[in-house]
Design a protein around this ligand. Structure first.
Ligand SMILES: C[S@@+](CC[C@H](N)C(=O)[O-])C[C@H]1O[C@@H](n2cnc3c(N)ncnc32)[C@H](O)[C@@H]1O
Length: 579
């Protein structure tokens, strides 16, 4: 074989991975069926905090059916002061209708009835408990994609919960066959494997593992800065010698070599015998042009760089949640504490561009469409053709509207509005001029801390907005929108409107849809990390109870929660409080 060529990911093809996992499973099974354990591994049992993961139930289904990502049937009957919950077994969305006196119009639609018998997948991993009262019932989300919690296995406490380890081994086995075709199966497998690895790792190794991860992260950031990832050939089976690469990026060869070792041993790059370097699928994502490369830089600043000033930040502002929107850890780090996070980003055109590029990867991990029942909305939009239907508050360059329009072509651009900061809108409008899919969209510059200029829209959509802010700031943003929700829609207030349909039906009440993570308390690792990154910018991820708190303080109430099954993401619907 030509030593200068190789196959990316050669050592870990899917077939090898499957064989390896099966072998691990067999080994573990043999190990667990042994009646005795070595004396030294027997440590006193410690208290284990139960955190439901849903893995146990999943395991009764070795080959779950794929979860379609589009369209969700819904709901629900809505009784006074009573919550109801249903799981759309076909499509994987959990819908909760909560605490609303007025029945939802869509609840009566026959096609909206949930048919649990149609669930051919067997019981869902996150079966929801029946409600007891309005405040208590917060069903556990499917945490299988959210990271591991070794306290379930007892590994982190120095003892082992063998039953849990068996469940994990089964989980790995259950999902091995399906993982190459089903994203949900792959995620479950990865999560179980991580938890298993964490559980069988001695505590010292766990901490040593943090050091290796810190070193990998540090070396990645330096290589990004030197543009090393862009200097390595990206074509399959290509590599570059260390000496050629050193010349290309202008770095001493011996230094480049040492830094590369961190990344080849960390499986970020691939060493090709005898003296060459090649990309892996992971390092390809870290190149300049790739959104994940931008996301890495954003996270590096918000987590790693910010961590260096967090102690002095809290010494300065007090050991409490940042109130924001200015005087937050990231602006303190930048030496410009008077700025808000987005003011800081907007100061530097390259930085805001990088941020926007980074945000585009969230669509893969964080579902945008597919959770909310759009059928009633599209029907209402047709009945009120002059009314603004979809106001995307903090909608950036219209990327989310585009995703919705692709999924729901009946959503007319003329009824869609994108609102954002004036500088963002200016650029977005320019770009959108060449984009057929955004033709007709209205672009409205605004500041959501001060106003909500479009009155009486059917939906005010806030994706990844509220979580950027503390409770007082979130309450102000929601209160501003509430003011516009209680103002009449333009069609109703404009005499001589061309709409005839409008005259036949009364305008539906405005709703707010908040699309972001819905936390549990305590959250699993992946959700906790996201909340931690929000702390750096003065924001927070919220539980349902915390959403209810900000809604109530803004004169709103949470009416329905549409929870995605595969991720901790949800759409939280709010309406103006009626009592
Ligand atoms: C985290 S991004 C979310 C973008 C988009 N909603 C999404 O889900 O991808 C936050 C957005 O809020 C906008 N924004 C920040 N501060 C704002 C303000 N005071 N008024 C209006 N928009 C603002 C930003 O420019 C940015 O587009």
């Amino acid at each position: 074989m030509d030593p200068h060529t190789h196959t990316i990911g050669e050592s870990s093809s899917p077939t090898d991975a499957v064989k390896a996992l099966k072998a691990v499973h067999d080994l573990l099974n043999r190990y667990f069926t042994k009646s005795t354990l070595p004396e030294e591994s027997k440590t006193p049992e410690l208290t284990i905090i139960p955190v439901a993961s849903g893995l146990e139930e999943t395991c009764s289904h070795p080959n779950p059916s794929p979860i379609p990502t589009e369209t969700r049937s819904t709901i629900l009957s809505t009784d006074d002061k009573q919550e109801s919950t249903a799981t759309d077994a076909t499509n994987g969305v959990i819908v909760e209708s909560v605490n609303r006196k007025t029945p939802n119009p869509e609840a009566a639609a026959p096609e909206a009835k949930l048919d649990c018998a149609a669930n051919t997948n067997g019981p869902l991993p996150n079966t929801v408990k029946q409600p007891t009262n309005g405040a208590e019932r917060v069903p556990e989300p499917d945490q299988t994609t959210n990271g591991s919690a070794t306290n379930k296995t007892g590994g982190a406490t120095g003892s082992f919960n063998h039953e849990r380890l068996r469940v994990l081994a089964d989980e790995i086995s259950c999902n091995v066959d399906a993982m190459s075709t089903e994203e949900a199966a792959r995620l479950k497998l990865v999560t179980a494997a991580l938890e298993l690895a964490g559980a069988v790792r001695p505590p010292q190794d766990a901490i040593m593992n943090w050091f290796t991860q810190m070193s990998v992260v540090s070396a990645v950031r330096v290589f990004q800065h030197w543009r090393v990832f862009d200097a390595i050939p990206a074509e399959p089976r290509q590599s570059i010698s260390y000496s050629e690469l050193a010349t290309k990026v202008g770095v001493e060869e011996s230094l480049l070599l040492r830094m590369s070792w961190m990344l080849t041993s960390g499986a970020v790059l691939q060493h090709v015998v005898p003296d060459r370097l090649a990309h892996t699928p992971t390092s390809l994502l870290l190149r300049e042009a790739h959104p994940m490369g931008s996301m890495f830089k954003v996270m590096y600043t918000n987590i790693v760089e910010t961590s260096t000033i967090l102690p002095s930040y809290f010494d300065t502002y007090g050991k409490r949640e940042p109130e924001g929107p200015s005087h937050i850890p990231t602006s303190f780090l930048a030496g410009k504490p008077h700025l808000e996070y987005f003011e800081l980003l907007n100061e530097d055109p390259d930085r805001i561009k990088m941020f926007m590029q980074a945000m585009s990867v969230t669509h893969r991990r964080v579902p945008t469409t597919g959770m909310y029942d759009m059928s009633w909305l599209l029907q209402q939009a047709a009945e009120e053709p002059d009314r603004p239907v979809w106001v995307d508050v903090g909608g950036g360059n219209g990327h989310t509207i585009k995703v919705f329009r692709e999924a729901h072509p009946k959503l007319r651009t003329e009824q869609c509005v994108v609102q954002d900061l004036p500088e963002v809108i200016e650029t977005a409008k320019e770009v959108a001029r060449k984009d057929e899919k955004l033709k007709g969209v209205q672009w409205v510059p605004m500041n959501f801390h001060k106003e909500a200029p479009v009155k009486g829209a059917l939906i005010y959509y806030l994706r990844h907005i509220i979580r950027d802010y503390s409770d007082p700031v979130a309450i102000k943003i929601l209160s501003n929108i509430r003011q516009s929700m209680i103002s009449p829609p333009p069609a109703a207030s404009q005499p001589g409107s061309t709409s005839t349909a409008c005259a036949q039906s009364s305008p539906a009440a405005s709703r707010i849809l908040i699309s972001e993570q819905l936390n549990t308390s305590p959250p699993p690792l992946y959700s906790a990390f996201k909340d931690y990154t929000m702390l750096a910018i003065g924001g927070k991820e919220r539980t349902l109870e915390q959403f209810r708190y900000v809604a109530d303080a803004a004169g709103l109430e949470v009416t329905t929660v549409y929870r995605d099954r595969g991720t901790p993401h949800a759409v939280i619907e709010m309406q103006v409080k009626v009592h």
